[in-house]
Design a protein around this ligand. Structure first.
Ligand SMILES: C[S@@+](CC[C@H](N)C(=O)[O-])C[C@H]1O[C@@H](n2cnc3c(N)ncnc32)[C@H](O)[C@@H]1O
Length: 263
């Protein structure tokens, strides 16, 4: 999958709108809560390295992978100082190579894997990716992913949204051709099924800065599993926090959420 914009052009496009800048700020703040200073983040679909630089400057070690060689070159150029200092560790190669590669015993295992601005929506086979992520992470590690919300009402102005509605209701997926491949919006029940058995979907957040402490804690699906998805209708993105077992090792254990009952 090739993005419409790469390198400097991508950075300009993704920093142009307030809503995207705010979504990135919210994602970064949430991620920092889940990896201690000195801990390791693996940035999957790292793109131009905007988050990699941010987290490295916040005292985290950042491993990166992106399958687009033009994005990797841009990251290598613009993050050269941090790469030379050993604070950003980029990986290279085609996606199939990335999946097949054995873990490097010298590279630190990740406390948190991030995938910001929807890299997971560009992956057909999520169970295979989650199995790979399992090999990259420590027990109890998290995966924080920003994905396009299939519940977003703003998309209703678009023809493909209506055409895909019945299919989404049946399968929990909505696949739309993008600049270089399909963009797959998945409902929460699909993410919950496809991250198993190595991970569980633990929390869901609106993809924007939280207005208060309650919103910062995420949407309470355990309270109202059938209707809580309505909270996701007004944001383009949703942030999903997956947890590698054992979940209890990472602070407060959350109640198991029956995402299979979610629309
Ligand atoms: C919208 S960009 C997001 C980039 C970055 N995470 C950010 O926050 O700006 C999506 C990225 O996912 C990458 N991507 C797509 N398919 C991928 C794959 N199979 N493996 C790794 N990265 C992939 C693209 O090359 C692109 O850089």
């Amino acid at each position: 999958m090739r993005p419409a914009h790469v390198g400097a052009q991508y950075v300009r496009a993704i920093q142009q709108h307030d809503s995207d800048r705010e979504a990135r700020g919210a994602f970064q703040s949430l991620a920092l809560r889940h990896v201690p200073p000195g801990g390791t983040i693996f940035d999957f679909g790292a793109g131009a390295g905007i988050d990699a630089r941010f987290f490295a400057e916040q005292g985290r070690c950042v491993r990166t992978y992106d399958n687009d060689p033009r994005m990797r070159s841009y990251l290598a150029e613009t993050c050269r100082d941090l790469i030379e200092a050993g604070r950003i560790l980029p990986e290279t190669g085609e996606y199939a190579e990335f999946l097949a590669r054995n873990a490097d015993p010298r590279a630190p295992q990740a406390d948190l894997v991030i995938a910001n601005f929807a890299p997971l929506d560009l992956i057909d086979d999520l169970p295979v990716l989650f199995a790979k992520i399992h090999a990259l992470t420590l027990p109890g590690a998290g995966v924080l992913a920003s994905v396009l919300s299939p519940y977003f009402l703003g998309d209703l102005a678009l023809g493909w949204r209506w055409r895909g509605m019945m299919g989404q209701w049946r399968t929990g997926r909505l696949s739309v051709p993008g600049a270089g491949g399909n963009i797959i919006r998945r409902c929460l029940r699909v993410f919950a099924a496809e991250c198993a058995p190595s991970f569980t979907l633990q929390r869901v957040f609106r993809g924007r800065p939280p207005r208060d402490a309650l919103e910062a804690a995420g949407i309470d699906f355990a309270l109202s599993p059938r209707t809580a998805w309505l909270h996701l209708t007004r944001c383009r993105f949703m942030f999903l926090l997956f947890r590698r077992e054992p979940a209890e090792q990472h602070g407060r254990a959350h109640r198991a959420v029956p995402f299979s009952a979610v629309a």
